[in-house]
Ligand binder design. Sequence first.
Ligand code: SAM
Length: 280
Amino acid sequence: MALCDVDYQTLSQALHAYAGTSLDRRRAELLEARLEHIARSRGMNGVTPLIDHLRPPLDDSSSELVDGLVNCETSFFRDTPAFEALRAFVLPRVMERRAETRRLRILCAGCSTGQEVYSIAILLREHFPNFCASRVEITGVDISAKRIERAAAGVYTRREVERGVPSAVAARYFQPHDGQYRAVGTLRAMAQFRRANLAESWAGFVGYDIVLLRNLLIYFDASAKAAMLTRAHEALLGGGYLLLGAAETVSAARRIFDRAPWGGYPIYTPRKRAEGAGST
Ligand SMILES: C[S@@+](CC[C@H](N)C(=O)[O-])C[C@H]1O[C@@H](n2cnc3c(N)ncnc32)[C@H](O)[C@@H]1O
């Protein structure tokens, strides 16, 4: 069954109003299959009655539908150059600034099922073991309660682990768990997860050394992108770093960020705020 143009438009507008993101036409088949599944599980005959029944605007009670609509593609160490940039450029600089407090706070906005968060925890354990003894806090946030629940459990299939983690490294950081693999306690202790709609509010997300906002903005229009980037700017400490997806830029908010001098991956530093705003 193909989603008709009217249903597509209705859903796309509702999703944009709720989550800031648009439907990805390239994923139409997957989208239709998911919607069919939700409709069937509710005893409905097709997607149109489902859309009528849910009557957009969407809200937090429409989570099953939103989960079906929003792309959640992720993997461990997705985009190796991003992790190389963290290891070789971002983390050494941030740690130098934090040498006294030995406190490190990282935000993964749109963390999906948590692989990005645990990848950073592994990177820190492997390359900066001394710093891990101090207060490291990696917070993953996603609009999907289901994905956040999975992330917090830290349980992954063999395929998911093998997709990004070399086997010798996996042996150190994952334990067999009911036929799958669970991130070890030392990684989970560095991670925390929260469900939030970041298109609505970033309340409580402040004071970060590093913000990752990767592979989320591509589905946002220019004004939603600008709003999200402004909030990321507010969430960052002075001297902090913003990492976007490999193909993403801050063009929607270029006046508040500078590109960091690192060639291999898009990294930005927040320009100074007006006197009195934010902290260092
Ligand atoms: C394509 S995944 C990217 C995951 C990860 N950052 C990565 O690069 O591998 C995008 C994630 O952003 C989440 N997302 C989309 N809109 C959001 C919003 N308004 N607030 C919070 N999370 C959102 C989705 O649920 C999805 O899990």
